[in-house]
Design a protein around this ligand. Structure first.
Ligand code: BGC
Length: 414
């Protein structure tokens, strides 16, 4: 049995667009509605978490978690540039208060992939205006709600565009821009296809600099509004493995997706590490799963040990305490979820034993939810959601992980 330190953060997470429903003022909503959309289905009502948050949050607290990570939707809070919705702020105040009333610390993400439509019309994640726009929004949220927030993740997976394209999961940007769905979405928003750049596809160097500037300016804005809230960036930290002459390409990929970001955040309070599997490179580039290795619903290798490697990489390159802000598995077999998390947590324990400051572990996700382009098929949740009735069903893994969270003890192998 392993005992996690006192004060360890035990969380589960969601993101606004994936669970709230009706995020109509965002770029991704527009992309979902087009005739040739690259999204398999529409988010629609999602998990109706916008209305059902009181019961949802109570359920997470009762399971044993001490923290809930969720995102505030910029497109709701600032529906037009400089126009703030007091109703949206009041809504998120009620959500935060609900966490506090249930004994859950809120970890708030300010940007989780979706952006307001107007931001895209202004040039999106390549525009020189965006960092200041994002910092203004960060200051607004901190001024209005900071008294109830325990920690802030400014931007979720700042490196996601590069990760998806360079690992071959997503086609290159030029190909996407030439696709019908992309052209329809950019026409709806009223910008040329080659300047339409939603966050998830922000792969260029200019986009990377814009995102990182936005992060730095937001951290400054948050600190001047409320210096007591720890803040950081989250990254999809890649566990990159070289095989068959792949070390040069693996190293290049590591520099572009891990190092380029981790070396720029030394002034933050923590780094949010998000990891789901490992990535193998041979001399030609990214390669498919190793024969015989089990695959998850995402097609990823079942490789929970990659979390340990990502934590070590993130800490070594940033020098920061690590908060695991996402780790989990999409599977229909809830027993395999427990095995996955158990092995991932053993890796976390080894890092702590080696004196790496790991602040906590967040399972992605609290609920089966809208998995972006893949729609509702992959099931990451600790809690199932009936798509017609919205009825929640708690899975065994939720009780199991909640008990670990409550006691701090990691039981021996399952
Ligand atoms: C994202 C989540 C997503 C999860 C599983 C992360 O990249 O932050 O929004 O659902 O991975 O794919």
């Amino acid at each position: 049995m392993y005992r996690f330190p006192k004060g360890f953060i035990w969380a589960t997470a969601t993101a606004a667009h994936q669970v709230e429903g009706g995020n109509t003022n965002s770029d991704v909503w527009i992309m979902e509605q087009t005739a040739h959309s690259m999204f398999k289905e529409k988010s629609g009502d999602a998990c109706d978490h916008f209305n059902r948050y009181p019961a949802d949050i109570r359920m997470l607290a009762e399971l044993g978690f001490n923290t809930y990570r969720f995102s505030i939707e910029w497109a709701r809070v600032e529906p037009l540039p400089g126009v703030y919705s007091q109703a949206a702020l009041a809504h998120y105040r009620r959500v935060l208060q609900c966490c506090q009333d249930n004994g859950l610390e809120p970890t708030v993400t300010l940007h989780h992939f979706t952006s307001p439509i107007w931001l895209l019309q202004e040039g999106g994640w390549c525009s020189a205006k965006t960092p200041a726009r994002f910092a203004d929004y960060a200051a607004l949220v901190t001024d209005a709600l900071g008294d109830l927030i325990s920690r802030i993740c400014t931007i979720n997976e700042a490196n996601i565009g590069r990760v998806l394209t360079s690992s071959g999961v997503m086609p290159p940007l030029e190909k996407l821009q030439a696709s019908k769905g992309w052209q329809e979405a950019s026409a709806t928003i009223g910008v040329p296809a080659d300047t339409f750049l939603p966050f998830m596809f922000a792969v260029t160097d200019q986009a990377k600099d814009t995102v990182m500037q936005a992060h730095h300016q937001a951290v400054r804005a948050i600190r001047s509004s409320n210096p007591n809230i720890p803040c950081g960036l989250t990254l999809a930290v890649q566990d990159i493995v070289a095989v068959e002459g792949g070390s040069a390409l693996a190293q290049l990929h590591h520099e572009q997706v891990n190092e380029a970001y981790l070396k720029q955040i030394k002034q933050d309070d923590f780094v949010g590490v998000q990891n789901y599997s490992r990535h193998r490179y041979n001399r030609d580039g990214p390669i498919a799963a190793e024969a015989g290795v089990e695959l998850t619903q995402m097609g990823y290798e079942f490789w929970p040990e990659s979390l340990e490697s990502s934590i070590r990489t993130a800490h070594a390159l940033s020098g920061l305490p690590v908060l695991v802000t996402e780790n989990g598995i999409a599977t229909a077999d809830d027993q395999r979820r427990q095995v996955f998390v158990h092995r991932a947590l053993q890796g976390v324990a080894r890092c702590i034993d080696d004196e790496i400051p790991v602040l906590g572990y967040t399972y992605w996700s609290a609920f089966d939810n809208f998995e972006w382009m893949l729609g509702y098929e992959p099931t990451f949740g600790l809690i199932a959601v009936d798509r017609l009735t919205q009825q929640r069903t708690i899975k065994n893994s939720a009780h199991w992980l909640g008990e670990i969270a409550r006691s701090g003890w990691l039981p021996p192998a399952l």
